[in-house]
Design a protein around this ligand. Structure first.
Ligand code: GLA
Length: 719
């Protein structure tokens, strides 16, 4: 069952339906062009109805029907929801939350990730199931568990604590090493044995950051060990069947760079909110992340929904066309398959009102016609399979930097993921394709690399600094943007200047930070200052209470011209939340200085953004390192990105800036034009030398007309 076109289908839960409905499902799947279903995701209670007794006949019968109908199966091991007998016979497997409450049976994912019994039982089930279905014609992929860590990503039970202690004992050669790493000389937190270490449960006041960070890493490792235990069992029995587990985009809890090494294909679940104008960006950004996690290889969209979900407070529907548009967009960013949660809308249970491919009302519905239409479109997209976009811009994303943001108590809120998203969006809005890079990547092949809010540097930062210098010397524009390098890998502050070796590479000495506190009111009553009434308080100046950080850019700098050409007003160069107080080295250009208005008024004229130019590389590219001492606002990010593109001589994907609302993505010789707007857009001459492969567009000569909220895919002729 090798795919000739992208995979199309969804989670199928036939155990919720009678035989006649199952047969109808198969027929409807064929009607809709479904070629892959994820089967049995929550079936543990049916696969092992009593502890140690398996029943696989029913699922094999379903797989037989799939095989006969030419529908491939992504078979789940079913282990995401342990059955009731597990909770009854082994209550110690139930997770305990931070407040000491046991999470009971009756929902899903109610197991402690560190529990060895659950892990063994899951692996046993996976092995037995694999043995029963080995060689089955329908089996093309394994789907281990479901969304690891989504509901339960930690547990404060005794077994977890014992496992945490042995994990620490393996990580640290001695308890003194742990004491050093966590800095336990502070507040008399010193441990004399690993047995004294507890969980970071509620404590009288602030946690130790090292303790929190290691707890996070420990559970990411425990969840991964659950995955690996099942993967090992499957590989023993069916070594040729690829294995996956579904990721969840920018899920903060599990380090997907590590996880991606253990899956044969990266798959993602994604539910952007149709009510947000930024959802189109979310589709693009998570698509880029998934492709990048796999080493710039295609991925599968394992779950999205056809219309509305039911789990937000307010669940708006997708607008007409949006299901197709976002599906095509995923394909443009590297998806080789589009699957939905779920095939048939449940009749009962907590997801009854979550949309599906077959709605409650049946097939005489607009939604069903939409589902069939998408199947038809995807079937035409065989030529894109296996191809990927080639991007010149990289944005670094590091799970450990995110964990550091959560563990450290800094002077203002820092969110690495949010800054990654912002910088990605800036480039995406400007029409450029972006790869997401791990912090240990080689940056030199890229023209522009951004490291946003990398608050924690790996190890002592030397290796990262060396790669940043190498890239700049090879011609890369490197941006060290936002709060950077407060600590080393152990969350110890850099002494002798924040940023350590990275600041050294950029040529700046960062001696302090300033964070605005924009919501100052009188502490007890919430009253605001009244300058005329409050004789003394009214006379006190508090620039730090101003929410915006303003900067001035050197009058003759190219950035000023860029901002002017883009129609930005005089206050285009602003930041928020964070400011570095610094002194640049002599060979470093000061590009922007703190302005006389705004939160940094007391530092007016001091450097805010610097640039260290490197000599031109052998191929003529000229690299450099930017140090951006604040979190830039959207207009400033756009201007700096434009400047970097200018220096790197980059043009947007497709060679030009497209009309507002149009996103252009390329996969090899296939070009996707995605119209996110509410108006029909004609793209002149784009079809010259191309044929229309799929999508809603029409050709008038060499012009392509793309209706509102739709996409069209062209392929170069003669390729
Ligand atoms: C997740 C789960 C699915 C389903 C959907 C609903 O992605 O994996 O089982 O609950 O959410 O949106």
């Amino acid at each position: 069952m090798a795919p000739l076109s992208p995979r199309y289908g969804g989670d199928w839960n036939p155990e919720q339906w009678d035989d006649a409905t199952v047969d109808e499902d198969i027929r409807l799947m064929q009607e809709a062009g479904v070629n892959l279903v994820s089967l049995g995701i929550f079936s543990w209670a049916f696969l092992e109805p009593r502890e140690g007794t398996y029943d696989f006949d029913w699922i094999i019968r379903i797989m037989d029907k799939c095989a006969a109908a030419g529908i491939a199966v992504d078979l789940a091991t079913g282990t995401a929801s342990p059955p009731a007998w597990m909770a009854r016979n082994h209550p110690e497997t139930l997770p305990i939350d931070r407040d000491g409450r046991t999470l009971q049976f009756g929902s899903r994912q109610q197991f402690s990730p560190a529990n060895p019994y659950v892990r063994r039982k899951a692996a046993d089930l996976a092995r037995a199931l694999a043995t029963a279905v080995k060689g089955h014609d329908a089996l093309v992929m394994w789907h281990i568990s479901n969304e690891f860590g989504n509901e339960v990503a930690e547990s404060f039970d005794d077994i977890s604590l014992a496992e945490f202690r042995s994990w620490l004992a393996q990580r640290y050669p001695s308890i003194d090493d742990l004491n050093d790493a966590w800095g336990t000389a502070f507040w008399s937190q010193r441990y004399s044995s690993f047995e004294e270490v507890g969980p970071p449960a509620p404590l009288p006041t602030f946690h130790n950051p090292g303790h929190l960070f290691d707890w996070r890493q420990f559970f990411s490792d425990q969840l991964l060990a659950c995955y690996e235990a099942e993967a090992r069992a499957l590989r023993e029995v069916t070594p040729d069947i690829p294995i996956t587990t579904n990721f969840m985009g920018f899920f903060p809890t599990t380090d997907y760079w590590t996880w991606a090494e253990g899956v044969d294909i990266v798959t993602d679940d994604s539910y952007p909110d149709p009510a947000s104008p930024f959802s189109a960006h979310q589709v693009a950004c998570t698509g880029d992340l998934m492709r990048s996690l796999g080493g710039n290889r295609p991925f599968l969209l394992m779950e999205q929904t056809t219309n509305a979900v039911q789990w937000r407070e307010f669940n708006t529907s997708k607008r007409p066309g949006q299901f197709h548009l976002w599906s095509l967009q995923r394909v443009g960013h590297g998806a080789d398959g589009i699957l939905q949660f779920q095939w048939r809308q449940s009749r009962a249970g907590s997801e009854t009102f979550h949309s599906a491919m077959v709605p409650h009302a049946g097939t005489d519905t607009p939604l069903w016609r939409d589902v069939c239409a998408l199947g038809e479109e995807l079937a035409k997209l065989g030529p894109v399979l296996g191809k990927v976009p080639t991007n010149r811009i990289g944005v670094v994303l590091d799970w450990k930097a995110q964990w550091a943001c959560e563990a450290l108590l800094t002077r203002g809120p820092i969110d690495h993921f949010a800054q990654v998203g912002q910088w990605h969006r800036t480039w995406w809005e400007a029409g450029y394709g972006v790869d997401i890079l791990p912090v240990d990547a080689n940056f030199a092949p890229y023209d522009v690399v951004i490291l946003p809010a990398l608050v924690r540097l790996p190890n002592d930062g030397t290796d990262l600094a060396a790669r940043v210098r190498e890239a700049a010397a090879a011609g890369t524009q490197v941006f060290l943007a936002g709060p950077t390098g407060h600590t080393d890998g152990r969350l110890h502050a850099f002494l002798g200047g924040y940023g350590g070796p990275l600041a050294e590479a950029a040529g700046v000495f960062v001696h302090d930070h300033f964070c605005p506190a924009p919501t100052l009111t009188y502490p007890w009553s919430g009253e605001q200052v009244r300058p005329r009434l409050d004789r003394i308080s009214g006379a006190v100046g508090t620039p730090g209470a101003y929410p915006t950080i303003e900067m001035s850019v050197a009058a003759d700098h190219a950035l000023g011209q860029i901002a002017q050409a883009a129609g930005l007003d005089d206050h285009w160069c602003t930041g928020d939340g964070w400011a570095d107080l610094m002194r640049p080295h002599e060979d470093v250009e000061v590009v922007a200085r703190w302005g006389k208005r705004g939160a940094l008024a007391d530092y007016q004229g001091d450097p805010a953004i610097t640039y260290r130019a490197f000599p031109p590389a052998a191929d003529g590219r000229q690299g450099g390192i930017w140090w951006i001492g604040t979190q830039l606002g959207a207009p400033a990010r756009a201007a700096f990105a434009a400047r970097a593109a200018q220096l790197a001589r980059l043009t947007p994907t497709g060679g030009k800036m497209w009309p507002a609302g149009i996103e252009c993505v390329e996969r090899g010789d296939c070009v996707f034009f995605l119209n996110h707007s509410d108006r029909e857009i004609t793209l002149a001459s784009v079809a010259d030398g191309h044929t229309l492969l799929a999508g809603a567009g029409t050709l008038t000569g060499v012009d392509l007309v793309v209706p509102p909220r739709s996409g069209a895919v062209l392929q170069a002729t003669g390729t």
